[in-house]
Design a protein around this ligand. Structure first.
Ligand code: AP5
Length: 208
């Protein structure tokens, strides 16, 4: 199954995508994670993306589309994948339709005050991408990854100014994708407000 996960920053797309991808044995393809990996490696793409991401703006469509197109050509994507955070603009969705066949777009819906709470409390283990929350999914030992004991960090774009801009960018540029997929009869909406296990069960049921 080829899936697109849509929704505002902090709705839980990454948390659900990594769990479902593992259970289905398909890759979880997060454009945010790919840009962050490029930044960590100091590649040309990473250097271009750094300031844009820290401000909470979108990386230009042509760079993002080329990166995803190349990723979907890799052998592990032949039996399905979950796209998390792509497409994020109408031109990206139109480009995707030219080189992939998407089965469903899943939209995670959550009120703005909860989004801000989730983003400001998020902590991540950078090497693995494991996601925690100081209140909702705390690590066993505060500030440390459960598996390795290594330190957890706060993403640069999880600071207040960047969060505000990311939400604005979402409403202006990404929210129109909801009707894009709705018109095609491909949209499933999930209430992302319950606890993670309940959201996951609702997601699996919706995809049956
Ligand atoms: P990206 O990394 O994609 O960030 P995002 O879309 O803003 O999404 P997030 O990762 O912030 O949120 P999420 O919905 O995955 O939530 P999570 O599961 O972590 O993009 C970052 C940047 O990269 C962009 O701003 C842009 O610059 C660039 N970029 C990426 N893709 C691009 C594209 N296509 N085009 C152009 N630029 C692009 O959960 C959040 C927190 O909530 C966690 O702490 C988690 O533990 C907690 N949580 C999750 N579920 C629950 C629950 N049910 N109950 C309670 N807590 C929960």
């Amino acid at each position: 199954m080829n899936l697109v996960f849509l929704g505002p920053p902090g709705a839980g797309k990454g948390t659900m995508a990594s769990r479902l991808a593992e259970e289905m044995g398909i890759p979880h393809i997060s454009t945010g994670d790919m840009f962050r990996a490029a930044m960590a490696r100091g590649t040309e793409l990473g250097l271009k993306a750094k300031a844009i991401m820290e401000a909470g703006d979108l990386v230009p469509d042509e760079l993002t589309i080329a990166m995803v197109r190349e990723r979907l050509d890799e052998p592990d994507a032949r039996n399905g994948y979950i796209l998390d955070g792509f497409p994020r603009t109408i031109p990206q969705a139109e480009a995707l339709d030219g080189f992939a066949t998407i089965d469903r777009a899943v939209r995670f819906e959550l009120a703005e005050d909860q989004l801000v709470r989730r983003l400001s409390g998020r902590r991540v283990h950078k090497p693995s991408g494991r996601i925690y929350h100081v209140d909702f999914s705390p690590p066993k030992e505060p500030g440390k990854d459960d598996a390795t004991g290594e330190p957890l960090i706060q993403r640069d774009d999880d600071k207040e100014d960047a969060i505000r801009n990311r939400l604005k960018v979402y409403h202006e540029q990404t929210a129109p994708l909801v009707s894009y997929y709705e018109k095609k009869g491909m949209l499933t909406t999930i209430d992302a407000s319950p606890r993670p296990d309940a959201v996951y069960e609702a997601l699996k049921k919706a995809l049956e």
